[in-house]
Design a binder for this molecule. Structure first.
Ligand SMILES: CC(C)(COP(=O)(O)OP(=O)(O)OC[C@H]1O[C@@H](n2cnc3c(N)ncnc32)[C@H](O)[C@@H]1OP(=O)(O)O)[C@@H](O)C(=O)NCCC(=O)NCCS
Length: 176
């Protein structure tokens, strides 16, 4: 049976950082769209992911296939000054590397990060996605996310504007 796992990372150990960088590069080359259009130099990616672990509002979750890091998602919680927005958090940089897709990693990662957000007391989760990311959109809609907005100029790729969709999912009725 295929060994899949999801976990919250607080420190990179062993080959974790290199594997996460490789998975990121492969996802970017595949056009997976979380900002980068071409892979940046490896040291920039390493600094990026190391920086994520240092930011208190960012919680990094990774997926592993047969022990190798294959994807990630970040739970981004509101800053202390945003008292009015303290009930909702957002998801960013959700991707699974092309070689690891179709094994249920994305579904497991989404369930894990939602569970964490619920336990932290958040009432809802927000995310946004390019309209061209059909697999992700299908996954979000099947997982209970509701589309509440469309932005025509969401991304500019190769000189062309691409639409983006904005989604939310209710996690609990009251803030804990
Ligand atoms: C969207 C994405 C995360 C899915 O990753 P994955 O690990 O292959 O997904 P899973 O194996 O967990 O499958 C999740 C669901 O999508 C379905 N699915 C996944 N890939 C599919 C495909 N190519 N065609 C049809 N269905 C697909 C699965 O059948 C499953 O549905 P089910 O749970 O109802 O059976 C991955 O394709 C990806 O990283 N895409 C590019 C990045 C991206 O779009 N990120 C979102 C930015 S916000």
């Amino acid at each position: 049976m295929t060994d899949i796992g999801v976990e919250k990372l607080t420190a990179f150990q062993g080959n974790d950082l290199q594997e996460l960088c490789e998975a990121t590069e492969e996802a970017i080359r595949d056009g997976s769209g979380f900002g980068w259009l071409t892979p940046p130099p490896r040291e920039v990616l390493e600094a990026h992911w190391s920086g994520v672990l240092l930011v208190p509002q960012r919680h990094l979750f990774i997926a592993r296939l047969e022990g190798t890091v294959a994807g990630s998602v970040q739970l981004v919680t509101p800053p202390a000054n945003n008292e009015a927005g303290a009930h909702k958090a957002r998801l960013e940089t959700f991707f699974i590397a092309p070689w690891a897709r179709g094994h249920g990693l994305a579904r497991a990662l989404l369930a894990r990060v939602e569970d964490h957000a619920r336990k932290m007391g958040f009432m809802s989760l927000d995310l946004d996605v390019r309209a061209t990311q059909k697999d992700a959109i299908r996954l979000y809609e099947r997982s209970g996310y509701t589309r509440w907005g469309i932005r025509p100029d969401y991304a500019l790729v190769g000189g062309e504007l691409i639409e983006g969709y904005f989604y939310s999912k209710k996690l609990r009725e009251k803030q804990a």
